[in-house]
Design a protein around this ligand. Sequence first.
Ligand code: ADP
Ligand code: ZN
Length: 735
Amino acid sequence: MTTRIISVAVPVPLRQTFDFLPANEQDLPVLGARVKVPFGPRTLIGVVVALKDDSDLPLSRLKPIKETIDQRAVLAPDLLSLASWISQYYLAPLGEVCELMLPVILRQGGDLEPPAVKSWRLTDLGRSSPVEELNRAPLQLAIIRRFMQHQELTAAHFKDETSSWRQALRSLIEKGWVTEHTEHPKLASTSADTSEVDLNADQQAAFHAIHGALEAQQFSCTLLHGVTGSGKTEVYFAAMQEVLDQQRQVLLLVPEIGLTPQLMDRIATRFTVPVVSMHSALNDRERHIAWWHSASGDAKIIVGTRSAIFSPFANLGLIVVDEEHDASYKQQDGVRYQARDVAIYRAKKANIPIILGSATPALETYANAQFGKYQLSSLTRRATDTALPKVELIDLNLQPSNDGLSPALMEAIKHTLANSQQVMLFLNRRGFAPVLYCAACKQTAKCHRCDSHLTIHRRANRMRCHHCGYEGRITPQCDHCKAEELVEVGDGTQRVEEALAMRFPHAEVLRIDRDSTRRKGELEAMLGQARDGDADIIVGTQLITKGHDFPNIGLVGVLDVDQGLYSTDFRAPEHLFQQLVQVSGRAGRRDTVGRVLIQTRFPDHPLFKSVQSHDFNAFAKQLLSEREAADFPPFGYFALIRAESPHQAAAMQFLRRAKQDIQAQAGVVVLDAVPAPMERRAGRYRAQLLITAEQRSALHATLQQWLYHVSTDKEAKKRANSVRWSLDIDPLDFY
Ligand code: ADP
Ligand code: ZN
């Protein structure tokens, strides 16, 4: 009888799987199950990715696995093959991909099914007994009071208390006032209270385009390109309803849950099926439970951020990717996957439709729609029949700004407030001022660990580096010459907020940025406050630009975007355009025509013409023709090797050597190693090497060959271990 060999993906940064023998002849784990395996001196938890008859190693060198954790797969066959595709496409270690797909509790060896939890409920006796009886037992009284707000309590309700609540609870159980239950977590259905809206003609046309694929239950990829407020969400909902009627599940990917409380509300009021959300604010247990409900099929709608694309499903029928252009779909460390692209691959394999929605599609997506690879549905008008806002430019050369605000913008703010409408001001720079300058010695305050300036946070009396987190006190004297002639140069959201409070003393000014929303729930609360009209002027960073529906914004002011106009990053114009369209979209959403004012020193820049005419198509076509001429994505393919080291020149040396070692296939070009745009960050020197190709397959083959060299050649391996490096396929940012 041949011995079966078990291939295991182990969570280590090595691009290979490892072979083991069964623990004993009877006990052969199934594909996709977790196993504990000996790994050097350690024991690691890996996933069985293959069962085979022979190994590259002699049998005598294989060790037996230590333990089989699961009797059935944690990664079902569809997820195993997705993992293997991701590993091949992003050239990432399969073990790390498998790890990424599992909730933390399962990575650590926890039971597949979330364990039952204890909960406590009030009995009839407890409900009818007079609470005065507890006057001498304040803890018991406090627990009974809590039952007035909650039908049942779990340990989570007491997590901020000292442990004496357990004793108090036990006394209540002995008295017969409270009973204890032990149950597996259940999913509640929501109670819908709104009826469907009638889709308008454009929405109907968009829905019909998807409908065929929904009915036939087969793959199709549709770009739903609709201007802000055109009713894309309603089209998603119609498609989702169709799939729910087929008793199948829907996955809705969103950029950030914190930014989409309205969407969650709309789902809860529209659908009666159980909904789970998956995002980074969940704790490990909550995430495990959401994962479980998705796998069992109990959850019908799964709303999640990037990593939700790895969820298991019992019977998935549709994927929707909302704001598909959003950069948060790209993972920027570890396995550098792009969730939108993974979603398309997954939909194709599962043979189900996928909808990508955006007012400003990524150029890659837009091009695919133009080439006919995706279906295109366009919504060109707002659903509520309000006109798109009027966009005007303010030439800062003619009228300089004071604290970030030009006279023309000040006038417009005054006018808007007088009309009882809200003002939204966008400035993508938090803090008070980005530069502290000494008029005596002409030096500026710099981070000693990064090639960057320290940002002044006056309220906290701190100078902070936004790149490495360093912070220090603001001193009245210059660090270099000790003169007391420091000047705060440039504008951040805090300075603008202060200036507004001074100039509009009767207006409620609300600042929304990472600093003002550090605590959990704060961002949601502030967005709610802005939406409910409890703020007259909202000043914020890109946090305020995304997808919110603020009903009463009459004016949007864009304070400073000039940096993005002449950036070296080839994607900068695309991202700037998307940002301007998104922020402009916040103006005049209900019954008023909104006004948008953009302050700039370069009013003749062609990008503004497209923003003013709301002509995404013309702009996208122009950018695409530039990209085509330069063989940039989506006409060429990029990969970026990044390296960093605390030793100056080490990263550059490693990449120069990599360039020599890479044997470029036909059509593949390896550029020169260059320092990163900000070379030193958190005390590390960073460099990058760009590899471009006409064909993806040649790019992959070239990189695979180099990765093999780096992992097998002794000298190359040593060099690779001397720096920290990573490989990014389809990089989004160059830094
Ligand atoms: P988008 O997702 O494109 O930004 P939404 O779906 O949020 O647009 O719609 C914008 C606004 O228009 C919302 O207030 C929504 O309730 C409303 N709306 C959308 N479709 C319709 C419709 N067919 N009839 C009436 N109102 C609609
Ligand atoms: Zn720093």
